[in-house]
Write a protein that binds this ligand. Structure first.
Ligand SMILES: Cc1ncc(COP(=O)(O)O)c(C=O)c1O
Length: 390
């Protein structure tokens, strides 16, 4: 008889992600609409699928180099230069990872000592705080408040920095709020990072999903930042390649070497076939991105308009990513209770704001990466359900 089936202490305070927990709540007989998943409903561009299939059929099914196939790293170096004027050496300053997810975890594993404080945001992407805790660090939360358009206040950031602060995680365009920072706002955060000698993990996976003329500025391109920033990115959102699990990191060679070491022991290398798909994504026409963003924009307008017409629910208009983050405080239910209510009453699944941190309480995350017609139907159902609350 085994008496030792206990996970290690480091898992003690780790709970499952609050995004998937609500899947089981709905009545399977009628049609459930999921506005919960953070992935585009599009398929990858045809040339990506062709390259992927071709690579598989050609037998490119063996281990790849630990840091990624050279052609892909070279293409990624070109991208950094053409998008942001940043020069990275493909041999030592770029690492191909199993999605941004692995990249973030590698960064935390490589940088955070037990007891180190890691500044991150609340609300924030579900991976950050558990990731920090898993490696023995202590997450310290900068609030993202609605009255500040879910942007961090510089005063808050500065006041939370202590002698134990070593790393800061930033994510703009933001999940779950859709907030985007201006040039000056990023410059100010960069200045704080330099002044306090912080290393920044900048999660820029939504860099291309922007609206109303908003622009993305890569954090590493600001003065003093290239040498202290790990830019984390992914093919998941930009090319609708979530299932291919392709991400990458740019950074100074000392840091990339550290990530490489952990990566080597965790995954050995990234799926070779998927890397050829990613290569085709970068080398091929980029029109699919603007087409996808145009469609997201149409949905964003619909969702924000319809949500604001519902009494007791209010929603700012996000400038990036594909999430709306309406305030539901007036409905008198916790965000979890409201999600459960919506699932049962309307067969619509969203994510409670509290899944992203305690400051997310009172909000709902609606992913509009679902078909327009589905969104129309979901919003009708939500409106009807909320009326029953009144
Ligand atoms: C902010 C953010 N970072 C990282 C990820 C993970 O992306 P990937 O599929 O590349 O692991 C997501 C996915 O939802 C995300 O929203």
């Amino acid at each position: 008889m085994i008496s030792n089936l206990k996970p290690a202490e480091r898992l003690k305070n780790i709970k499952p992600s609050g995004i998937r927990r609500f899947f089981a709540l709905t009545d399977k007989k009628s049609q459930t609409i999921y506005l919960s998943v953070g992935e585009p409903d599009f398929t990858p561009p045809r040339h990506v699928l062709d390259a992927y299939t071709k690579a598989a059929l050609e037998g490119k099914t063996h281990y790849a180099p630990t840091n990624g196939i050279p052609e892909l790293r070279e293409e990624l170096a070109k991208k950094a230069f053409s998008d942001y004027g940043l020069t990275y050496d493909p041999a030592s300053e770029i690492l191909v990872t199993t999605g941004a997810t692995e990249a973030i975890f590698l960064a935390l594993m490589s940088l955070v000592n037990p007891g180190d404080e890691v500044i991150t945001t609340d609300p924030g992407f579900v991976l950050y705080a558990p990731g920090v805790r898993l490696v023995g660090g202590v997450p310290v939360f900068v609030p993202l408040l609605e009255e500040n358009n879910f942007k961090p206040s510089l005063g808050d950031v500065t006041s939370l920095i202590t002698k134990k602060s070593r790393v800061m995680i930033l994510n703009f365009p933001n999940n779950p709020t859709g907030a985007v920072l201006s040039y000056d706002e990023i410059a100010a955060l960069a200045k704080i990072a330099v002044e306090h000698d912080l290393i920044v993990i900048s999660d820029e996976v939504y860099e291309k999903i922007l609206y109303d003329g908003a622009k993305h500025y890569c954090l590493a391109a600001f003065p003093g930042m290239r040498e202290r920033t790990l830019v984390v990115n992914s093919f998941s959102k930009t090319y609708a390649m979530t299932g291919m699990r392709l991400g990458y990191v740019y950074g100074p060679k000392e840091l990339i070497a550290a990530l490489w070491l952990v990566h080597q022991y965790v995954v050995a290398c990234v799926d070779t076939v998927a890397q050829y798909g990613a290569l085709a994504a970068l080398q091929g026409p980029q029109g699919s991105i603007s087409q996808m963003v145009r469609e997201f924009d149409r949905r964003r307008r619909l969702v924000c308009k319809r949500i604001n017409e519902i009494e007791g629910v209010e929603c700012g208009v996000p400038k990036g990513a594909f999430y709306a983050f309406p305030n539901i405080k007036a409905l008198g239910k916790t965000s979890e209770a409201f999600v459960e209510f919506l699932a049962k009453e309307a067969n619509v699944v969203a994510v409670p704001g509290s899944a992203f941190g305690s400051r997310g309480e009172g909000y709902l995350r609606i992913s509009y990466a679902a078909a327009y017609e589905q969104l129309v139907e979901a919003l009708d159902r939500i409106e009807k359900a909320v009326k029953k609350l009144g």
